[in-house]
Design a protein around this ligand. Structure first.
Ligand code: ADP
Ligand code: MG
Length: 265
């Protein structure tokens, strides 16, 4: 497999753009990452040594069966979980060395999350769900009105300008996931992390969400890492990492990714 193989793939790929990528924000560097969970008396090794370099603006799909460690990897990169050993650096900053307070700041300002089940607050409208995050991200100095403007812009960008005052229950699954994407974008993240974002959607709606993620990735050069067990989604990626049993066992750069609208399963 492995670490050396994966490094070889990344360095050989797209050498003409390498210099630009090195300056672009949203670079990720993972070295020797291990994660062990203590489950009572049993130790579960979820990640067994991950080495990974992602350049700024890349759209990476992490593909693997259930239980292979995808969510664990994404959560550690996103500062939701912590390493057992190894390092995770974003734009040269070693986040695996952060204390709880620094990690909270990192989650708030640097990372946008999109989850399988949307995770919107049911008692807040679409606009309020997004504005809440925009407000948090802006810190105490950000006025509520500015956060609402930011939220409105983000919801316009995902095509939901006519749904601002709807509660989640009055939105379709696809629309709820668009709100979740807007919520992630409202903080202007450097990394967009998506965990099975189409897992609760039908094919057509899932495809629309994938198209949206790809469009955002291209327009904003936003580094996007999408984890899934659905191999069809891998065809639209710039790069596909196959994870098995806590390790990356294949790392492929895709020469001409398929348009998200053509993905089918
Ligand atoms: P995937 O997202 O690929 O389905 P996960 O990263 O969720 O895989 O899980 C990888 C392994 O780690 C599984 O064996 C899972 O049961 C275990 N695991 C994940 N989170 C925890 C946890 N908080 N405590 C104990 N074991 C966990
Ligand atoms: Mg998972």
């Amino acid at each position: 497999m492995s670490a050396s193989a994966s490094r070889a793939t990344t360095t050989s790929a797209g050498s003409s753009t390498a210099a630009a990528d090195e300056r672009r924000p949203g670079r990720l560097s993972v070295r020797g990452l291990r994660k062990t969970y203590a489950l009572g008396a049993v130790a579960v090794e979820a990640l067994k040594g991950i080495d990974l370099e992602v350049s700024g603006g890349q759209f990476v799909v992490v593909l693997g069966p259930s239980g292979s460690g995808k969510t664990t990897l994404l959560n550690i990169v996103g500062g939701i979980d912590t390493v057992t050993s190894g390092t995770v650096a974003v734009d040269g900053e070693n986040i695996s060395g952060y204390d709880a307070r620094a990690l909270t700041e990192y989650r708030r300002r640097t990372v946008g999350f999109v989850f399988q089940f949307f995770n919107l607050i049911p008692s807040l409208t679409a606009l309020e769900n997004v504005a809440l995050i925009a407000r948090l991200t802006g810190g105490p100095e950000r006025r509520a009105a500015a956060a609402v403007d930011e939220a409105r812009n983000a919801l316009n960008a995902v095509g939901l300008e006519k749904r601002l005052d709807h509660f989640p229950a009055a939105l379709s699954g696809g629309e709820q996931q668009r709100v979740a994407v807007a919520r992630a974008l409202a903080k202007h993240p450097r990394l967009l992390l998506c965990d099975e974002p189409t897992g609760a959607l039908d094919l057509g709606t899932g495809r629309d969400v994938l198209s949206l993620l790809r469009q955002v990735n291209r327009e904003q050069s936003l580094t996007t890492i999408l984890v899934t067990h659905n191999s069809a989604i891998a065809t639209m990626a710039d790069r596909v990492l196959r994870v098995r049993d806590g390790r990356i066992d294949d790392d492929q750069t895709v020469a001409s990714p398929r348009e998200a609208a053509e993905v089918t399963w």
